[in-house]
Design a binder for this molecule. Structure first.
Ligand code: HT7
Ligand code: ZN
Length: 850
């Protein structure tokens, strides 16, 4: 059984004092020479190094003396030298291995992307480069020599020597191997400098392929903003002479925070108004910040073991969310983050893949880079901040950086700094890290003699391996609003700690309306028995923007859930009416109005129905959403048309929050108007748009109408040689298609010459596009399941990380009707039966079928 357990953690029995590496690069037969200087911490311990069959061992020596084959063993993924064969004190182990980057299709370790040598070592990629104690608590300083005829040769730290064909890099900050990076290629830099708060100049470079330089400026500006922000808000200064970012086309995830040498998926670096949407720009800015912020939260303070992944990821997501809130609109960012959490993390928490933010077992760690570890990990920190206050949070973070700089730390260390800095006991709070599942909280109100009592209950359903869930600490932010819309009590955070608990507000004149879970103060499902009128009142008057949006969301979700179950519901009329008033508020932020106008997605409706114990019918959900859209369009046609015209982008395009908000509102209006204008506006906008945001928005509408042939051909003619735009071309077709056509369209696209499926972005574009079409993927005949399963099997043979990640399309399979379940199960069983299935995929499918 390949399961690894948190409780089995043992410190490494050697200190690694120094690492020297030398690479002689070649697509096949790259030679890696290593000198690892160890000091034993335990007498007589065996030296165990990670490194599998892919490493061709040429030489192994201790203190310069070659060791014989009999003195070590190679079993599976490890090389072990018996303690008896080691010197008593410090020693240097030298190895020479050969590897083949050109054959590395898993993009883990050293590989080639479009002729550029690059690396991806998190979580356990370094063991594909050489033999090494590949675990995050083994930290060391590195010196790296690169021998290659590629013009640009990069590694971590500061440049020590560079001549043609040879570069030496020296990283003075101890780091684990997962933060190692090397890049060699024909690259061009877009450069700048940043002077840190203590006056040191840092050279900044964004490295891209020749010809892409004019699309790298936004990434560089975002980096400078990130560096300024981390100094201003967290007091964190950068600590090397250079900061390099490299964009590559083949990358398993978004980006990687290697010390001083971040490597990015090119889609998170390259942007121009003609090729990138507003959402792309916002993501680029956020991910550049995220990776930069890891320099302190992840690199200077890293994780003791991979169970602690949310120590760095939850905190760094929290920090990048704060950054985007500060730079753009805080309420809009909060609503976007909650929407993403509900669609991805609540879904994960409710199904067979549920796990706590700090899991206690795994088979393949790459399967745990999840919405729970990242986004719920960030929510947990948001709750901590709410409970200890802004000053308490700042004191705790200062103490964290002081106490743990240079450490490989744990969640216990993290909670302890909050306890020590604020004097609070966090033992009950720690359950947020160890328990899976989304708490369901109900709230009821009683009103007597000027006193309002709010009574809460909490419960969390069982999740795999965790049947009983004790109550958690839940911060519930509440405000009270008077009948005239004035706030009669400002926001107060109620701390729920029991399974059932009440809170009373005294001295109230008239019965107020309760605005609850303001700012989404905890990642819970709040059920309250509110009538339609009160929801409409909150949508009109709540002073908390999140709660205001949530009131509209509640109306829409109720209306849609009822309609999907074949029932009529008064919420629909109330929603249509109230939303009409809200979108007419010219002085309300356009981005906020757009968020209110957009109906909940089909996936979210399905999740809601399943949480309420019902069986979601994907076709009925789709039809219900279409009907409500049509009613909105018919009722508000004139208003929507006025908005569509007024929200035109004036003058030059700029990706700032204001312009993006206007375009978002314009496109939300277009999506509805299309139902009454036969697609005329979308046809015109697709041809005339001066930016990719509107062009893609219009194109998606045309695809949904089945009127997109010409527009798709035009996009391909304009951008056939631009991989990132062609990814959009591949996504929009299966994603926006009428559900009945989605699988057929995806199948045709999979036969297109441009479907280079070994490129992760291209594979994600098509397979992810289909999975995002809820009723299309869940087609009643099972064709969506079969199509995706076939491709997952094929991809698993090349790139297990990507295949396993995309298999989450199936994670909700057991919430649908018996027929669909039977078809999805058959598809999963077909995957499980493949001989030589990767550990990644075997774990995912095993958990989904258990
Ligand atoms: N810390 C990085 C995670 C990552 C990654 C993990 C597994 C496989 C490939 C990967 N590439 C990047 C990215 C981040 O969260 O910042
Ligand atoms: Zn991260």
């Amino acid at each position: 059984d390949p399961t690894v357990f948190l409780n089995d953690y043992r410190p490494y029995p050697f200190a690694l004092d120094r690492v020297r590496l030398s690479f002689t690069l070649a697509p096949r037969g790259t030679v890696v020479r290593s000198d690892l200087s160890f000091t034993p911490r335990e007498q007589g311990a065996d030296l165990a190094l990670d490194g599998g069959e892919g490493l061709r061992l040429k030489r192994l020596a201790i203190d310069g003396r070659e060791i014989a084959t009999g003195d070590y063993t190679r079993e599976g993924e490890a090389l072990v030298i018996a303690g008896a064969a080691l010197p008593d004190g410090a020693f240097t182990l030298s190895a020479e291995v050969e590897i083949d980057p050109a054959d590395n299709t898993a993009f883990e370790g050293l590989y080639l992307s479009g002729g550029i040598f690059c690396t991806q070592c998190e979580a356990q990629g370094f063991r594909h480069i050489t033999f090494y104690p590949d675990r995050p608590d083994v930290m060391s300083v590195f010196e790296v020599e690169i021998l290659s005829d590629k013009p640009v040769l990069l590694s971590n730290g500061n440049p020590a020597e560079t001549v043609a064909g040879r570069a030496v890099w020296s990283d003075p900050w101890p780091k684990p191997a997962y933060l190692f990076a090397l890049v060699a290629g024909d690259l061009r830099a877009v450069s700048g400098t940043f002077t840190t708060m203590s006056g040191r100049a840092v050279d900044l470079n964004v490295w891209v392929r020749p010809g892409d330089e004019d699309r790298a400026g936004f990434a560089l500006t975002s980096l400078v903003k990130s560096m300024e922000w981390d100094e201003r808000v967290y007091g964190r200064e950068y600590d090397l002479d250079v900061f390099n970012i490299v964009a590559v086309d083949d990358f398993n995830m978004g980006a990687m925070e290697n010390k001083g040498l971040n490597i990015f998926n090119s889609k998170l670096v390259l942007a121009s108004p003609e090729t990138a949407t507003d959402a792309d720009y916002e993501r680029i800015e956020g991910v550049i910040a995220h990776e930069y912020f890891h320099n302190w939260t992840g690199n200077r303070i890293t994780c003791r073991d991979w169970f602690q992944l949310c120590l760095k990821e939850g905190l760094t997501v929290f920090r990048d969310q704060q950054f985007t809130s500060d730079l753009r609109s805080a309420p809009v960012k909060r609503i976007e983050d909650v929407q993403a959490l509900r669609t991805r993390q609540f879904r994960e928490d409710a199904g067979p893949l549920a796990h706590p933010p700090r899991p206690d077992r795994y088979q393949e760690i790459n399967n745990f880079y999840t919405a729970t570890v990242y986004e719920k990990g960030a929510e947990v920190i948001g709750m901590l901040k709410r409970l200890v206050g802004d000053d308490g949070y700042r004191d705790a973070l200062d103490l964290y950086f002081d106490r743990h700089d240079g450490d490989a730390a744990t969640i216990e260390d993290w909670l302890k700094v909050f306890e020590d800095a604020t004097g609070r006991d966090l033992s009950q709070f720690s359950r947020w890290y160890t328990d899976a599942g989304t708490p369901q909280v109900t709230m009821t109100e009683t009103w007597t003699d000027g006193a309002l009592t709010l009574s809460f209950t909490q419960k969390t359903d069982p999740t795999p391996g965790q049947l009983v869930k004790p109550p958690r600490v839940i911060p519930i932010a509440v405000g009270l609003i008077g009948p005239n819309g004035d706030e009669v009590r400002p926001t107060e955070v109620l701390e729920m700690t029991e399974a059932e608990q009440s809170f009373t507000f005294d001295g109230l004149g008239a019965r107020p309306v309760v605005s609850a879970l303001r700012g989404f103060s905890a990642p819970i499902i709040l059920e309250r028995d509110l009538d339609t009128e009160t929801r409409a009142f909150l949508l009109a008057h709540d002073t908390d923007p999140f709660a205001r949006w949530e009131a509209g969301r509640g109306l829409a979700l109720r209306a849609l859930s009822a309609a999907a179950m074949g029932e009529e519901d008064e919420n629909a009329d109330a929603f249509i009416d109230a939303i009409g008033r809200l979108i007419a508020e010219d002085d309300t932020d356009a981005a906020f109005r757009a968020l209110c106008l957009r109906l909940p997605g089909e996936e979210e409706i399905a999740t809601r129905l399943a949480a309420a114990g019902q069986i979601p019918d994907p076709d009925a959900i789709h039809a219900a959403r279409e009907r409500l859209s049509l009613r909105l369009a018919v009722t508000h046609e004139a208003l929507l048309a006025g908005i569509f015209d007024a929200m035109e982008t004036p003058g030059d395009y700029s990706p700032d929050a204001d312009g993006a908000g206007r375009r978002s509102l314009r496109l939300a209006a277009l999506g509805l108007l299309t139902r009454v204008d036969g697609g005329l506006r979308a046809q015109a906008l697709e041809r005339e748009a001066g930016n990719m945001t509107e062009r893609m928005g219009a194109l998606a509408v045309l695809v949904s109408l089945g009127q997109a042939d010409e527009a798709l051909a035009r996009l391909r003619a304009d951008f056939g040689d631009n991989r990132l735009v062609m990814d959009k071309w591949f996504t929009v077709q299966p994603m926006a298609a009428p559900p009945a056509d989605a699988v057929r369209i995806a199948r045709t696209l999979s036969e297109d010459a441009a479907f280079d499926w070994t490129n992760p972005n291209r594979f994600r574009a098509l397979i992810g596009g289909l999975s995002a079409n809820h009723a299309g993927f869940h087609a009643a005949d099972g064709s969506g399941y079969d199509f995706v399963a076939d491709w997952l099997i094929r991809m698993d043979g090349k790139n297990p990380q990507i295949a396993a990640r995309m298999s989450t399309a199936f994670e909700t399979w057991n919430r649908y009707d018996a027929d669909r379940q039977q078809k999805a199960r058959a598809a999963l069983e077909q995957i499980a039966a493949v001989t030589g299935l990767s550990r990644n995929m075997a774990e995912m499918v095993g958990r989904m079928l258990s």
